[in-house]
Design a protein around this ligand. Structure first.
Ligand code: XBP
Ligand code: MG
Length: 227
């Protein structure tokens, strides 16, 4: 028994530019004059999780927002609605190789799971727009389901527990240093496929760095001994 465990943002699709736009739209809708450009967003991505990223931004800018936790939760809910709506409208495509890799894993009897920091509604919107039944993933651990987000190992440990598998027989797919560090801290092997915002991060801990996920033979071979 073996499994492929996929990150979502940056790995299944290159999502962060759309997340950035959705944050900015949510700020404008709330009458705030905040605007995150690409350079700032790249810096803010050091913190995973949209709500955590917003709190980090307030901290960084020294913005004293009254009732910050509640305001951030409200802004984030608005942003999730905008983002998921845009994804449902077809603004994103899966990265090259992803759909075929999922089908190949199923054909090989490799189990499938998702380990992501993003909100579940975002994952559902992406899979629905790509015509992928979420039930094909046996386990999905998303967003706030664990106490600590990536780079902590929590999300991967929760997935492994749900699958009832040891880390040694699984392979994680990630696009970022935060994700790689999370997977490694859970004892997993990890393929990194850098995305628009994560290109140039330190991936020296990766078992393999691939430009995309098209080389299914190679990824299947990486878990073959465990099956
Ligand atoms: C992705 C994230 C997410 C998205 C937005 O990290 O950090 O926060 O930017 O999602 P990873 P939410 O790919 O490592 O899981 O706004 O729903 O949190
Ligand atoms: Mg990612």
């Amino acid at each position: 028994m073996s499994a492929f465990i996929f990150d979502v943002d940056g790995t299944l699709a290159d999502t962060e530019e759309l997340h950035r736009e959705a944050f900015n739209e949510a700020f404008a809708a709330a009458g705030l004059d905040w605007s995150w450009d690409r350079a700032l967003y790249k810096r803010l991505l050091s913190v995973s999780g949209g709500k955590e990223r917003l709190l980090h931004f307030l901290d960084l800018e020294g913005i004293d927002l009254p009732d910050a936790e509640a305001r951030v939760a409200g802004l984030h809910a608005e942003k999730t609605g905008i983002y998921a709506g845009a994804v449902e409208a077809g603004r994103l495509a899966l990265r090259p190789g992803v759909a075929d890799l999922i089908a190949r894993a199923e054909a090989e009897g490799i189990r499938l799971a998702i380990a992501t920091t993003t909100t579940r509604a975002n994952v559902d919107a992406l899979l629905s727009a790509a015509d992928i039944d979420p039930a094909r993933f046996e386990t999905m651990v998303c967003g706030d389901a664990v106490p600590r987000k990536k780079p902590a190992p929590d999300v991967y440990l929760a997935v492994l527990e749900a699958l009832g598998l040891s880390a040694g027989v699984c392979l994680a797919f990630e696009d970022s240093w935060n994700g790689l560090t999370s997977a490694k801290a859970a004892g997993l092997r990890c393929v990194v496929t850098p995305a628009f915002y994560t290109e140039g991060e330190d991936f020296s801990a990766a078992d393999l760095v691939a430009v995309d996920l098209q080389d299914a033979d190679r990824f299947v071979a990486m878990v073959a001994a465990a099956r």
